[in-house]
Design a protein around this ligand. Structure first.
Ligand code: IPD
Ligand code: CA
Length: 288
């Protein structure tokens, strides 16, 4: 049986390579179909259908329609697998595998007609919890230019089928660092304070509006590093594997694994330096 080795922690899993390739194929097939749906829907009039945690944390009809399509496709292609999806879709896993789904990551960009949004679909083994899961395959698909980032455990990371790699480690003063902000005003005030500590120490900051695509930009060496407080499992799952398979690491601050409190991603050396700065700024406590 082929064995896959995770590039971040060196853990060996016994998932056969053909199964991992099949799961990656399913993730991409479903992400592309959902991407086509949301891109087409945006040619019409897009409205906020509902709000979630705050008045600016929105759901459009396209989020709901895309999640429905994704769940229907997964039920047919992988019966018995579990589901954890941003807009409420959930199903228990009978196989040990669970699909972690963000139908539109970057919903605010989607609403405003900005191109940087994506469908993010990953399959994890074990509980769908970033502290313990093993992400085994995933796809982040950006519908506006039809670009897919994909990875399967032990098989590298790809952009449109071409292998990608994280940037060479760089001094923090030269690093272009991506980040994002929460929907809660109180948390954002804390994040603004953290930025006053980080911004003078780095080349510059980018806030592009999709955590999944930020992680893919790290994987492709288009950002030197990325950090964010407040990510949910569906923001993180596919992008996490794409970064680690591209030779990077994705960690928390006080925890080895990324968490809602903090996710830091990039080449190991850059992540170590950035994490030290973030720890000094108590960047994982902004929501408290
Ligand atoms: C959000 C985006 C954003 C990040 C937020 C996420 P959504 O996801 O990824 O870049 O800063 O933390 O919640 O709401 O567009 O699916
Ligand atoms: Ca999201």
């Amino acid at each position: 049986m082929a064995r896959a080795i995770n590039r971040q922690d060196g853990a060996v899993t016994n998932h056969p390579a053909p199964l991992l390739a099949e799961l990656k194929g399913v993730a991409q097939q479903v992400a592309v179909a959902a991407g086509e749906l949301v891109r087409t829907m945006r040619q019409g009039h897009i409205e906020v259908a509902a709000t979630k945690t705050t008045a600016t944390d929105v759901v459009t009809e396209a989020d709901t329609a895309a999640e429905k399509l994704i769940l229907e496709m997964l039920r047919k292609l992988r019966p018995g697998d579990g589901v954890l999806a941003e807009e409420g879709g959930a199903a228990h896993s009978d196989t040990g595998f669970t699909w972690v789904v963000d139908p539109i990551d970057g919903t605010v960009n989607y609403l405003y007609g900005l191109p940087n949004y994506a469908v993010s679909i990953a399959v994890v083994h074990g509980e769908p919890d970033p502290q313990t899961w093993q992400v085994v395959a995933g796809c982040v698909h950006r519908p506006e230019d039809s670009v897919s980032y994909t990875a399967a455990l032990g098989d590298g990371a790809y952009r449109q089928g071409t292998a990608i790699k994280v940037a060479a480690p760089t001094a923090l003063s030269q690093a272009l660092v991506g980040t994002g902000f929460a929907y809660s005003a109180k948390t954002r005030a804390g994040q603004a304070e953290v930025l006053t500590r980080v911004l003078p120490q780095v080349r510059d900051i980018r806030r592009m509006g999709s955590a999944a695509l930020d992680l893919c930009a790290v994987a492709a060496g288009q950002l030197d590093a990325y950090f964010e407080h407040g990510l949910s499992p569906w923001d993180l799952a596919a992008g996490q594997l794409i970064v680690t398979e591209a030779g990077g690491v994705v960690t928390g601050l006080s925890t080895r694994q990324p968490s809602t409190a903090m996710t830091v991603a990039g080449p190991p050396q850059t992540v170590a330096e950035l994490s030290e700065l973030l720890a000094q700024a108590r960047a994982d406590e902004v929501g408290n």
